[in-house]
Design a protein around this ligand. Structure first.
Ligand code: IMP
Length: 181
């Protein structure tokens, strides 16, 4: 069994990664480390820089994940600011911004940055869906209740979300690569 450390303060992300890892024979272990996330407009750059900052504190290899919700009609907002926007205006704020807007297209994007002890490797995943008209479901976390994939929101799916999520796609690439090393 391959073991990897996932540094995140988000338990929801950790649970999802752990469940997906089990399918790939990878044991994901959770570590929480406080650090100041660098700001920027590009998820990949933010993830890469975060891993570099953390590599100065952590002796072993590890990975982090940075993700965001990108709404087409809002020109990609909240994107790299998803975490802050969730804490401030939340799902009801996004729904308000989308009132009367016909184009509901949105996607989640995840970038994994893996520090192997020497350098950072990145892996990306994306899932396309729509912003729901109202929040539905109580599983998952974050924007799950307002993100529709086909006819259900991610929060109405429970574990089924792990088959389609951006995080799953990024983790699949990462775990596949890791198991061939
Ligand atoms: P960060 O990657 O920790 O900076 O956070 C990104 C933000 O996007 C979090 O606050 C979550 O609320 C949101 N987010 C990321 N992935 C998901 C997901 O799978 N479902 C719902 N919200 C998500």
């Amino acid at each position: 069994m391959i073991e990897v450390i996932f540094i995140t303060s988000n338990e929801g992300k950790y649970r999802e990664a752990r469940a997906i890892g089990e399918k790939y024979g990878v044991e994901v272990n959770w570590m929480q480390v406080e650090y100041l996330e660098p700001q920027g407009t590009d998820l990949k750059e933010i993830a890469k820089k975060s891993a570099e900052i953390l590599s100065e504190k952590i002796d072993s290899s590890f990975f982090i994940e940075d993700s965001g919700l990108f709404v087409e009609a809002l020109n990609g907002f909240p994107g790299p600011y998803s975490s802050y926007v969730f804490k401030t205006i939340g799902n009801s704020g996004i729904l308000k911004l989308m009132e009367g807007v016909e184009n509901r297209n949105a996607y989640f994007m995840a970038v994994i940055a893996y520090w192997d002890g020497n350098k950072v490797w990145t892996f990306e995943g994306r899932v396309d869906g729509k912003i729901a008209k109202s929040a539905r479901g109580d599983a998952g976390f974050g924007y799950d209740p307002i993100f529709e994939y086909e006819d259900k929101t991610f929060a109405e799916m429970g574990d089924e979300k792990n088959e389609y999520s951006h995080r799953r796609k990024a983790l699949e690439k990462f775990f596949g690569w890791l198991s061939k090393r």
